[in-house]
Design a protein around this ligand. Structure first.
Ligand SMILES: Nc1ncnc2c1ncn2[C@@H]1O[C@H](COP(=O)(O)OP(=O)(O)O)[C@@H](O)[C@H]1O
Ligand SMILES: [Mg+2]
Length: 282
């Protein structure tokens, strides 16, 4: 029988549309299920009852993990797993477990107060990057090139953020370029250099530059293998910083965009994702 999957997302973006277009050829019935109307918690929620697998594509940093946890507890197959999503959602939790597993990450400090921030500045020095623990799309990721700016920037964190948003991460600035690896299962399906647009210092995976060889680089593969060993196989955007001492993991996106890397590979990524879904369903 044809497998039925739910693409659970806050909206139909480019990647979700591609998945829905490619589904029939992959022998899958795929439909978009809005993550605002899942009704999870009810043991007989249609999102769980009517699908063989839920592919979690929520961009929100709270919805994906909650939906995956509830659906999994009620017996649904969920991709990525709830535990992988929870680990990725929290930049700090992810850093800590990666570091404990001896996977290289940037030097970082948890910043919960101005005191923490002052200490991080002393220990890491400028330039320094301050970013929210729960964040995405590059929002509020700030580069402090000049220590003069440091404390007035923190006024905004203190005055405008709620407790949840005030949890920040300070880390060394690694300006040597960054790479997005799109992982499907255990494999690097595509990899590309990040690019920045205009005058914004932050680079964006959606603007990936063609680079076929990156995913074959043994050093990149070793770091990515370590990440997959830790999180379990799945669909991830693994973002690396290039440094003179090798690659460091910046973050792992659990609902990765792949538009930027799609052109770097002959294979159609949506079809590869669906093939992996079939593999998981057995
Ligand atoms: N420590 C850093 N050094 C250099 N660039 C960084 C650093 N942290 C973030 N950036 C830049 O900012 C962008 C967004 O930061 P990121 O940590 O990926 O958070 P988000 O979850 O918002 O994408 C990155 O793609 C990168 O270009
Ligand atoms: Mg990012």
């Amino acid at each position: 029988m044809k497998h039925r999957i739910a693409i659970v997302a806050d909206r139909l973006g480019w990647e979700e549309r591609r998945l829905i277009e490619a589904a029939p050829a992959a022998g899958i019935d795929a439909e978009w299920v809005n993550d605002e109307s899942l009704g999870l918690g009810h043991r007989d929620a249609p999102a769980v009852r009517d699908h063989d697998l839920l592919l979690i594509r929520s961009r929100s940093y709270t919805r994906g993990g909650l939906a995956a946890t509830l659906a999994e507890a009620d017996g649904a197959r969920v991709l990525n797993t709830a535990s992988a999503i929870h680990t990725c959602e929290n930049k700090l939790a992810l850093r800590a477990v990666l570091r404990a597993a001896e996977i290289p990450v940037p030097d970082f400090r948890l910043v919960l107060s101005r005191k923490d921030y002052g200490r991080a500045l002393e220990e890491l020095g400028a330039p320094l990057v301050l970013k929210p623990v729960h964040g995405g799309m590059g929002k509020r990721v700030a580069l402090v090139r000049d220590p003069d700016l440091a404390h007035s920037l923190y006024d905004y964190v203190e005055d405008l953020g709620h407790a949840f948003e005030q949890a920040c991460l300070a880390e060394e600035y690694l300006g040597g370029g960054s790479v997005r690896c799109l992982v499907i299962g255990r494999e690097i399906a595509a990899a590309a250099e990040f690019e920045s647009a205009g005058t914004d210092w932050r680079s964006n995976a959606a603007l990936g530059n063609r680079s076929r060889a990156l995913g074959q680089d043994p050093e990149v593969r070793k770091v990515v293998d370590g990440v997959v060993d830790l999180l379990g196989p799945g669909i991830y955007g693994v973002d690396l910083f290039r440094t003179p001492d090798g690659y460091l993991v910046n973050e792992v996106n659990h609902a990765p965009a792949w538009r930027g890397v799609d052109s770097t590979t002959e294979a159609d990524i949506a079809s590869s994702v669906l093939r992996y879904v079939q593999e998981v369903l057995g």
